[in-house]
Design a binder for this molecule. Structure first.
Ligand code: HEC
Length: 442
């Protein structure tokens, strides 16, 4: 009895020590980051190379974000596969829930899952958590680098609302914080156990939030913030629920105390949420390449459709891994996808009207586009031609005609944030010129 108490106290002490070491590490890292960031800011400002430095920082953090995200999601997909595919019946020792043989990279692997915990917790126990934390952290840094620093042209869009860049940033931070608390609150109610109702409620709230954001932020930023919120929920699940539950399990196992079964269950459900959220989040992360989706007047509905279709695919995969082939789900996703292709199709641009002259078109491009799309842009946010697109010579403009049609006329996602204040008449002129065959020399 006495011994057990001492052991418990020792464990307590060790835990507190671990925590202090962790806080110290985090503080040191934060301080280093802040000093480094400030140093880079001063150096870039003094040398007048802000845009260039920003582009490289964007590159480095985006690169890291993608690598970390792949490690996180890859491991998480692997464990879901493992859980779904375990042999749970044949030749199992009593203490095992299942096992699995696999071959990968020329090696044979054999994995065993315990029903609860092994009798003795091994000294070297691998935890999967830093991938999640650092994916989230690099994501936050990117949010600042891409959306906050150039808030005026990227976060807001005067065609959407006249919200100030500062208020848009506050809205951004507020959405992430409030969104997490709202989700966490829902998880603490009885709803968590009712999987279908929870999924339906969660989906409706996400769509409401995306509708709300689409009324204030640029289409691209509205999408990215839904993604950032879902990503925050996923990382929050790891940090606030899954890892603490695992710690409690390990501690109880070490002390030989009875394990609280609700801990594993709650962590499991949150992990399941992460699993379903993954596919829509990954779409959102690449959505910046697809103005047809975020540039649509009903972009929130397009996002809802893609979310539904991709969550259904994830559901199919989960069932398939468990040995159930619910093939009827796939046509549902396919039909949803085809419907989206049809409803987002651009309206036919009228070919009629006055023949558009290239001289006028060229004047519009010069006035509204060249500040960003030139060999040497005058826009201070761009060190080189924005998006690699140069619109200076007549040929360059003609070669880009199809994309100009999509970006300027159909989705109105260029000029970015309408920074150069293009008018509706000018958009119409460009559309007319392109639909008449983009003829030069007129
Ligand atoms: C404030 C800066 C800015 C202005 C002004 C601007 N653009 Fe862009 N443009 C960008 C950036 C940044 C990208 C790359 C990111 C993206 O594609 O959204 C880009 C990308 C593009 C692309 C290539 C992307 C694709 O979808 O193929 C085209 C075409 C384009 N712009 C056309 C125009 C035209 C035409 C105008 C003028 C009517 C214009 N832009 C004005 C910043 C600008």
């Amino acid at each position: 009895m006495q011994e057990k108490k001492e052991q418990q106290e020792l464990e307590h002490l060790r835990e507190s020590l671990d925590q202090i070491t962790m806080y110290r590490k985090v503080t040191i890292w934060l301080a280093v980051l802040i000093v480094l960031g400030y140093g880079i800011y001063i150096a870039a400002t003094f040398s007048g190379t802000e845009a260039h430095v920003l582009e490289w920082m964007n590159l480095v953090f985006r690169w890291a974000h993608v690598i970390l995200g792949i490690s996180w999601i890859g491991a998480s997909f692997y464990f879901i596969f493992l859980e779904n595919s375990l042999n749970r019946t044949e030749n199992l020792r009593d203490e095992l829930a299942g096992n699995l043989w696999a071959i990968h990279g020329g090696g044979f692997y054999y994995v065993e899952k315990y029903k609860v915990a092994p009798e003795k917790i091994p000294q070297h126990l691998h935890w999967f958590k830093y991938e999640a934390y650092f994916t989230w952290l690099t994501g936050c840094i990117l949010l600042v680098l891409v959306y906050y620093i150039n808030a005026k042209s990227v976060l807001v869009d005067p065609a959407v609302s006249d919200i100030s860049p500062l208020n848009a940033i506050l809205l951004s931070v507020g959405t992430l914080v409030a969104g997490w608390f709202c989700y966490d609150f829902l998880c603490k109610t009885k709803l968590l156990e009712k999987k279908k109702t929870f999924a339906l409620t969660g989906f409706s709230i996400v769509i409401l939030i995306s509708f709300f954001l689409s009324q204030f932020l640029s289409g691209r930023a509205a999408f990215m913030h839904v993604g950032a919120l879902l990503g925050t929920i996923m990382a929050g699940n790891v940090f606030f629920t899954i890892i603490p539950s695992q710690k409690a399990l390990v501690k109880a196992a070490k002390l030989g105390l009875p394990l609280d079964p609700t801990l594993g269950k709650t962590a499991g459900l949150r992990s399941l949420h992460n699993n379903y959220i993954t596919l829509p989040v990954i779409f959102i992360m690449i959505s910046g390449h697809f103005p047809t989706t975020y540039g649509n007047a009903f972009n929130w509905a397009v996002l809802a459709g893609l979310t539904l279709a991709s969550v259904a695919v994830r559901h199919y995969i989960n069932l398939y891994e468990k040995g159930r082939n619910a093939f009827w789900i796939l046509p549902f996703s396919f039909i949803a996808l085809i419907s989206l292709v049809i409803v987002t199709a651009p309206k036919k641009t009228e070919i009629g009207g006055e023949p558009a002259s290239f001289t006028e078109v060229s004047a519009v491009i010069q006035k509204r586009c060249q500040s960003c799309h030139a060999q040497k842009p005058s826009d201070p946010e761009h060190a080189t031609a924005a998006g690699g697109v140069i619109l200076e010579s007549p040929d360059q403009i003609r070669n880009m005609a199809d994309r100009i049609m999509v970006r300027v006329v159909q989705t109105k996602t260029m000029p970015q944030g309408n920074k150069t204040e293009i008018t509706e008449e000018e958009r119409e002129l460009l559309g007319r010129w392109i639909s008449q065959g983009s003829v030069l020399n007129q």
